[in-house]
Design a protein around this ligand. Structure first.
Ligand code: NZQ
Ligand code: ZN
Length: 389
């Protein structure tokens, strides 16, 4: 491991069936005014809303609500939420939902006391908050993003067709606590479950496929990927398998709580390509990643051949005996493709609404990252999108 880094993750986690009861432990730490933030209503159907409200009432909280946070939360919704939180003078934002709700709560948290326009400050100039940040707590209901234990907050500007993920360096943006009950994820539709599973897998890949030094982070990543492959196959066959869903939930948190990025330059190019697709199509995040992944990885494989070979052997158990490095690496990606097809992931962007005439616009919306094995040119980006159609 050759990199220099600091590591601090201040989010307190409560994990397991029954973990919601720890809301009683957390709520007394904050003032009276709570804004409850949630999505389009799944928490009302599965009863989580009622359970959370009971605990808020029991703790004497004065509750306002922001509902209707959409998947891929938008900038107009951010502005609306900031107004609600200002009016309510919130002491705590309680996000109950998936990555969209949790991300959104963080974006609101850094914007409430911000004197400038948050889109320009955080998402275009990538600055850090220099104001008070409202504390965020999270009750997670959808697994994949890792938002429950990181400082990421992705916002989409529908006017400019930009979907931008700001990862704050400021630890105050991380949830103060997150409650992770795997049972809550059992009501997710299969499409969302597998989309989340691929999101987790790709988060690990984005960090793994960078650097050439011998790095402990890569060994942790391989373990997480193996665990995820194992549990995902069980969950795909039987989505009600608590043990598998529980392992998937825990893997998701560790895939993107900054641990496996330590000492790594990290790639994130699949996310940049996928986010461009998301900005154009509003498609489900994990599916946008699945649809661009294989053309991207097959394209960069020659530039990071040894790592792709290691991935094939250590993650997908490809037998390297008597084969060239290229052959082993290719077999690894073939095994990954077979697993993705087994889960029923979306494998091309046309299924998500992308068309040939969007290619230039998609390339305009793609940020180029330089931490992986190859910084892509504009032409390479267009070629990868074309391959993904
Ligand atoms: O809105 P409701 O009605 O709650 O329905 C949601 C939503 O339609 C539904 N859902 C959630 N929990 C459920 C449930 N349905 C039934 N039962 C449950 N228990 O699932 C749908 C998707 O939810 P969403 O929160 O959008 O999914 P996800 O967790 O994948 O979050 C996606 C957002 O996170 C961003 C993505 O870009 C996207 O905007 N990301 C955040 C990251 C971070 N903070 O680090 C990193 C990721 O790479 C990602 O970019
Ligand atoms: Zn992701």
């Amino acid at each position: 491991m050759l990199g220099n880094f600091s590591y601090c993750n201040p989010t307190k986690l409560y994990f397991g069936d029954g973990s919601l009861s720890y809301l009683d432990t957390e709520l007394p730490k904050y003032g009276k005014n709570v804004v409850l933030i949630y999505g389009g209503g799944s928490i009302k159907k599965n009863g989580i809303y009622d359970d959370v409200m009971k605990i808020l009432e029991r703790n004497g909280k004065n509750v306002a609500e922001i509902s209707g946070v959409m998947p891929n939360p938008t900038l107009p919704k951010l502005y609306e939420g900031v107004e609600t939180v200002r009016r309510h003078q919130a002491d705590l934002l309680l996000a109950v939902g998936g990555g969209s709700v949790c991300d959104y709560a963080k974006a609101v948290a850094v914007s409430v006391n911000c004197k400038e326009d948050p889109w320009e400050k955080y998402y275009l100039r990538f600055e850090e908050p220099d104001c008070e940040v409202v504390p965020v707590g999270c009750v997670l209901t959808m697994v994949g993003t890792g938002s429950e234990m990181n400082a990421g907050a992705v916002i989409t500007n529908p006017d400019t067709k930009q979907k931008i993920g700001k990862v704050f360096a400021d630890e105050r943006v991380m949830p103060r606590f997150s409650i992770l009950n795997p049972k809550y994820t059992l009501t997710l539709p299969h499409y969302q479950m597998v989309s989340g599973i691929y999101d987790i897998f790709n988060h690990i890949c984005e960090q793994y496929f960078s650097g050439e030094d011998d790095n402990t982070s890569d060994y942790i990543s391989e373990g997480l990927m193996r665990s995820l492959l194992h549990s995902s196959r069980i969950a795909n066959r039987d989505p009600q398998d608590y043990e598998a869903r529980s392992n998937i939930m825990w893997a998701a948190t560790w895939a993107l709580n900054t641990l496996v990025a330590k000492g790594k330059t990290t790639d994130w190019m699949v996310h940049m390509l996928g986010q461009a697709v998301g900005a154009y199509s509003n498609a489900t995040h994990g599916m946008t990643l699945a649809a661009v992944s294989l053309p991207y990885y097959r394209h960069i494989m020659p530039y990071g051949l040894q790592k792709f070979k290691r991935f094939a052997v250590n993650v997908f158990d490809v037998d390297p005996a008597g084969k060239s490095d290229e052959q082993v690496a290719q077999e690894g990606l073939d095994a990954m493709e077979a697993w993705m097809r087994e889960l029923g992931l979306v494998m091309n962007i046309s299924e998500l609404g992308a068309t040939e005439d969007m290619l230039e616009g998609l390339a305009d919306s793609t940020l180029v990252m330089a931490g992986g094995y190859k910084a892509l040119s504009r032409q390479e980006i267009i070629d990868i999108f074309k391959e993904s159609l």
